[in-house]
Write a protein that binds this ligand. Structure first.
Ligand SMILES: NC(=O)c1ccc[n+]([C@@H]2O[C@H](COP(=O)([O-])OP(=O)(O)OC[C@H]3O[C@@H](n4cnc5c(N)ncnc54)[C@H](O)[C@@H]3O)[C@@H](O)[C@H]2O)c1
Length: 145
């Protein structure tokens, strides 16, 4: 049986491609997604757990059932305009949701974790080359969360 990787946001744009790459590399990707902006049809390379990051019991059940060796975390709200008009929703979903996921992963002793960030953490730096040392200066709740 191939090793399993839990891919949150696995029904979304980046997460579904991560699932494809994981399957090509010989892993079994398990997509965990609430389908708020994702597509069931994009989950082609392993099972879909339809669940929300805010549902800790569902996260615990997914870790218990699939025993992933790692988590790749792509489940987030990521629209800048929406983040300006509904910042609370972004903080709740992206920060509280990630915290829930991290706590569930630690409880399941699944400690290899990839977090999908965004260059929106750097704010408006047109023309500059950005790297990990570039100071973080987000301009909205998407980049900040
Ligand atoms: N698309 C890009 O160009 C880009 C660039 C930089 C960073 N990113 C980052 O990659 C990640 C994924 O972005 P994307 O473009 O694939 O977006 P997307 O909207 O296509 O995918 C996000 C997925 O997460 C799911 N989701 C959101 N909140 C959830 C929750 N609480 N519980 C369960 N599932 C939830 C959605 O249903 C969706 O399928 C985000 O963290 C984003 O910041 C994307």
């Amino acid at each position: 049986m191939p090793e399993t990787v839990l891919v949150t946001g696995g029904a979304g744009y980046i997460g579904s491609h991560a699932c494809k790459a994981l399957a090509t590399a010989g892993y079994r990707p398990v997509a965990l997604d609430n389908l708020s902006t994702g597509w069931r049809d994009a989950v082609k390379f392993g099972p879909l757990v339809q669940a929300d990051l805010m549902d800790r019991a569902a996260l615990d059940a997914a870790f218990a059932e699939y025993r992933p060796v790692a988590v790749m975390h792509f489940a987030a709200l990521s629209q800048v305009g929406e983040a300006m008009s509904e910042p609370g929703r972004y903080w709740r979903n992206n920060v509280a949701g990630s915290l829930n996921l991290i706590e569930a992963a630690v409880a399941a002793d699944c400690l290899d974790f990839v977090f999908s960030s965004t260059c929106a953490t750097y704010g408006d730096r047109d023309g500059e080359i950005l790297d990990e040392e570039t100071p973080q200066a987000p301009l909205n709740a998407y980049g900040a969360s």
